[in-house]
Design a protein around this ligand. Structure first.
Ligand code: A3P
Length: 299
């Protein structure tokens, strides 16, 4: 476990942690504490009524968390706590253990590091949330620029190639998806629901219906509509996800965690050449994959 600085093509660097070959975020914790938390992730013990929410970073996990927590608690009111409270690569198992049910345990780790054994043993309902890779890349770049702990101030054109080579935290999105694809093809062995950011944007009602069916939860139409409204991008922006002290500690002043919340913002960032490079890599690494096609534009 070592603290590392990864350079982009222009020489600007960002803080990360090397956990035996896997690059993880620097969570502003002592490396030894981070290592202890990481080592325990595969052995995490669930409560029977936990949900597991899996996603590659910037796929909309906070949005899904807010939606799912309201479904589980059957209320459209603001929820207690935050997704990070039950993020198992960030919090100690002891601290997650103390959370009251319902809990939405969540993790950005690749499939191989997840607590698959207990997910199977306890038949934990698991949701994988995916988003198109171009919008993820843009969102991730802005995240790394805006979150103080990265200490990063590079340029998009210098960041993108390094990100696509899988040199940054959590590795390549293509690897993440291919690992999940194998897990799904092998038969996951626990209740599993796959959802997409773009589908939530396009037809939130239908996606909530699917979630309700998967979770075996029944709520009336009024509550369904209220939840959709409370979890809409504009409402979430107005509500503010983090208290001022948390924002001050973790985020640069111009950073917005809820940045744009759109499908297709990548078009404002990618040059023609960057888009071609991206498509070439995607084609090479994902051809034949069931995750090869994403929605890149809504209109
Ligand atoms: P953008 O940076 O493209 O705006 P995560 O929660 O996994 O870190 O993902 C963050 C991304 O989800 C950000 O994307 C954020 O704006 C978007 N997001 C969060 N809540 C949303 C909502 N209610 N509707 C649409 N997008 C949302």
């Amino acid at each position: 476990m070592t603290s590392v600085r990864i350079k982009d093509l222009g020489g600007a660097s960002m803080h990360a942690v090397d956990v035996g070959g896997f690059i993880a975020p620097y969570f502003m914790k002592e490396p030894e504490e981070t290592k202890q938390i990481f080592d325990k992730v595969p052995d995490f013990k669930f409560k029977k009524d936990d949900l597991m929410l899996c996603s590659y970073p910037k796929a909309g996990s906070n949005w899904m968390y807010e939606t799912l927590m309201r479904i589980l608690t059957k209320t459209a009111e603001p929820i207690q706590g935050s997704k990070e409270d039950a993020m198992i690569e960030f919090q100690s198992a002891e601290s997650v253990d103390k959370l009251l049910s319902p809990r939405i345990v969540n993790c950005h780790f690749p499939c191989r590091y997840l607590p698959l054994k207990d997910m199977k043993a306890k038949q934990i309902k698991t949701i994988l949330c995916c988003r198109n890779p171009k919008d993820i890349a843009v969102s991730y770049f802005n995240h790394m620029k805006g979150v103080k702990s990265y200490e990063y101030d590079g340029k998009w054109s210098d960041w993108l190639p390094v990100y696509l080579q899988g040199k940054l935290e959590y590795g390549k999105y293509t690897d993440y998806l291919i690992e999940w694809e194998k897990e799904i093809k092998n038969g996951v062995g626990y209740p599993f629901h796959l959802m997409y950011y773009e589908d939530m944007k396009r037809n939130g009602t239908e996606e909530i219906e699917k979630l309700l069916k998967f979770l075996g939860v029944d709520i009336d139409n009024n509550l369904k509509n209220d939840i959709l409204k409370q979890c809409g991008f504009d409402t979430m922006v107005k509500r503010e996800m983090y208290p001022p002290a948390v924002k001050e500690l973790y985020f640069k002043s111009d950073f917005r965690f809820l940045r744009k919340g759109q499908v297709g913002d990548w078009k404002n960032w990618f040059t023609v050449a960057q888009n071609e490079m991206f498509d070439d890599i995607w084609e090479k690494e994902m051809s034949g994959s069931s995750f090869s096609k994403f929605t890149y534009s809504m209109y």
